[in-house]
Structure formats: C-alpha cells, structure tokens
Design a protein around this ligand. Structure first.
Ligand SMILES: [Zn+2]
Ligand SMILES: [Zn+2]
Length: 405
C-alpha cells in the first residue's frame, strides 16, 4: 500500500517537473532564491537597499504606465522618447517583451475568467499569480500559446515595440542587472551588493508586485461596478501594485488612463502619466465619461440594495394577495375576526390590538371598516414605520367596486 502511494506521488512530482517551463522557472524563482540565500554571506548595505527598492519601483512604473496603460490599452499617447524609456527600463523588469505582455493582457481582458484567459482566476490563485508563467506551454500544433485570439496589429507596426522585441534579452541584461550593479559599484564600490540586491532581488520584487494584479486583484476586495467577473477593488492591492488594484473599475473601463478613479485613490501610475502630460511627453489622456462611470456605480448600489431588501419581510405584495369581497370582509369581522381595511388591503390586526401604541380602543373601533382615512391622519397621522408594520399584517386585497359603505 505504502509502496503504491510513494510510487504515485513520485510519478506526480515527475509530471510536474516535466511540465515546468525550466528557463522561466530558473529566471523567476531560482535566481531570486539563490540571491536571497547569498545575502547570508554578502552584507546588504543601506544605500544598496534603498537603490534597489527605488529601482524596483521605477521598473514597476514602466510596466504599469508603459506596458499596461499605454501599449495594452492605448489609454493615452506617448512621445517617442517616453516610449523608448518605457521600452528599455520595462525590459529590465523581466516581464517579457511589450508585444508578448500586451498580447496576453488583451486576451486576459477579452476572455477574463475563461479557459482562453492566460491567467484565469478560475484555475486557482497560484495559476493566476505565477503558475501560468512557470507552466506556460506552447500549442504543439500552432506553435503559439493556446489562449484566446486578440488583435495586436497596432503593436506589430509600432517601431519601438519591434525594436524592443529584437533586442529584448540584451536590454533585459543591461537595464535589469548591469545598470543597478554599475550604479552601486561606481558610486560607492558595492558591485556585488548592487548585482545581488538591486539587480536580482529587486527585479523579483517588482515582478511579484505585477503578478499580484492577476491574483490578489481577482481574489480580494469589493466590486463597486460589476459582479459578473472576478476583478476586485482594494486600496491595499492598489498600494502593492502602484494603483493597479482598483481592478473592478479597470475591467469595466479599461481605456481610462486612471485605475483609481477618485482623486484620493492611491494610483501613482495615473499621477506619473498626468505628470508626463504636463511636460508634453504624453497626450490624449483618455477618461471614460463620468456619467457612464456613475451609472455603473449606481446600478451596482441598486443591486446591493435589492439583495438587502430581499432579506426583509415587506408583507405579501398586493398583487399576490387573494381577493376578498366587501361583504365577506364584513361578515368575518362580525364573527370575531379582527379585520380592518386600509389602502385597499384587508389586515388581520389580532396580534397587534394590545400592542397598539394609541391604545386597543382606537384599533378595535376600526374593525370591520375601511380605516384608510383614520390611519392617514383622520385620527392620527401614522409614521412610515407604522405603515411598514401594517403591511406585514395584510391578508387579502379588497374587491374595489364593493369597497363602499
Ligand atoms: Zn484582470
Ligand atoms: Zn488591463
């Protein structure tokens, strides 16, 4: 029995190892892991720590403002110098070429949560976060990834995208590893620390930040605009992903250059794009019409109200009540039933007679009568709460033509 179990687990480990994309696994997990372990022997200098963190932040910004909002969604136009900066530093983020990244991302938006979504949350948190890269396989027939088809003709004709793809590996090495190594080395003679921390570890940190958009932002938070799919909004994810955590908004309004749409939402990416626009480096910043954004928000609030409303007893709706003839109503009242007609409905007030705040006499005096006028101010103008309570006591709708004394 034990032998069978160990054979089964061994074969599943072998299957997992075989299906791994080894170059990507070594790059995304192996190198950062080795670099972190090496910190046991290589002292981490304070300056290097801050340089690494700042550079991780800058690289992440080139992905969020460049790869994502500029190239994948065309939410604004950028000048060529800005595109070149995004393309070079973005390559240093080690998240693949602009073309490949945007292709995957457009498929994600178009087929979100389905099998054609490359990082579909329906396949689990791990898959959405990093599993989709580690186990990424090509389609054996078509030779391309087996995810949904999208239009990337604009990227195919963008000279900066073409140029970055051609020199991607060189740019990755230069911007991802050599630049931080030389910066720390030439400035204060910490080549090794610069390579290990500001290069290897900081690259991995910003990669994990981006991966959180595909996992955390599809798993935890609120859905102020739509509940159809998994994307969620949360300020903490926003903090972790430079503003990409307002993901419910983003999936509803992807062409908007903002993800955190309210002025106080933490979205450094939208601030950077806005700042670039002030210097003429970015133009045509697209905003979804505020009226449409409000519509989405109101519809969702209405849905939430309806959900809450369904948990409350409002009484049987008038149209669903059985119909009672006026004579029958009076007959039942005469034989001792505590029935009163108000607003066209027969109410059984038996359990309420002794509870009536205005005294039992006031309510028993109305039994067998149409007390609408009395209820609405003839005797006492009842509150909204009283009206709601009354609705829970209705048992029949009175036949209108007979409702005359
Ligand atoms: Zn998403
Ligand atoms: Zn997007």
């Amino acid at each position: 029995m034990n032998h069978t179990l160990s054979t089964t687990s061994k074969s599943s480990v072998v299957t997992i190892l075989r299906s791994l994309n080894w170059p990507k696994t070594i790059f995304l997990v192996g190198i950062p892991l080795a670099a972190t372990i090496s910190l046991h022997w290589i002292p981490l200098r304070k300056e290097t720590f801050w340089v690494g963190l700042a550079y991780a932040y800058i690289r992440a910004l080139t992905v969020t403002a460049g790869y994502h909002r500029l190239w994948a969604h065309r939410s604004y136009l950028a000048s060529t110098p800005l595109k070149i900066i995004f393309a070079i530093i973005g390559a240093g983020a080690g998240q693949d070429t602009i073309k490949k990244w945007c292709r995957d991302h457009r498929a994600h938006h178009r087929y979100v949560d389905t099998d054609k979504d490359p990082y579909s949350m329906s396949k689990g948190f791990f898959h959405a976060h990093i599993g989709w890269v580690l186990f990424e396989q090509s389609d054996p027939v078509r030779g391309v990834l087996a995810t949904g088809r999208v239009d990337i003709s604009d990227l195919r004709s963008d000279p900066v995208v073409i140029w970055q793809r051609k020199y991607y590996l060189i740019l990755l090495f230069l911007a991802g590893y050599l630049a931080p190594t030389l910066y720390c080395g030439l400035l204060y003679d910490d080549y090794l620390g610069g390579f290990v921390f500001a290069g290897c570890i900081a690259t991995a940190l910003q990669q994990q930040g981006t991966f959180c958009v595909n996992s955390v932002a599809h798993w935890y938070g609120s859905q102020p605009y739509s509940t159809d799919k998994t994307p969620k909004d949360h300020p903490l994810t926003g903090l972790l992903t430079l503003g990409e955590g307002y993901h419910n908004f983003h999936h509803e309004f992807p062409i908007d250059y903002r993800n955190g749409v309210r002025w106080h939402d933490f979205d450094p990416t939208k601030w950077v794009i806005w700042l670039c626009a002030q210097f003429g480096l970015a133009t045509n910043l697209r905003r979804f019409p505020q009226n449409e954004i409000e519509k989405g928000r109101i519809q969702r609030r209405r849905e939430k109200l309806d959900e809450e409303s369904e948990k409350v007893d409002w009484g049987v709706p008038l149209e669903e009540l059985p119909v009672m003839e006026w004579e029958e109503f009076q007959q039942q009242a005469r034989t001792g039933c505590n029935l009163i007609v108000i607003r066209g409905a027969v109410h059984d007030v038996s359990a309420f007679v002794t509870e009536h705040p205005g005294g039992a006499a006031m309510i028993t005096g109305a039994i067998g009568k149409d007390a609408t006028e009395m209820f609405e101010g003839g005797v006492y103008g009842h509150s909204n709460a009283a009206s709601n309570l009354l609705d829970t006591m209705r048992i029949a709708a009175i036949k209108k033509e007979a409702n005359v004394e």
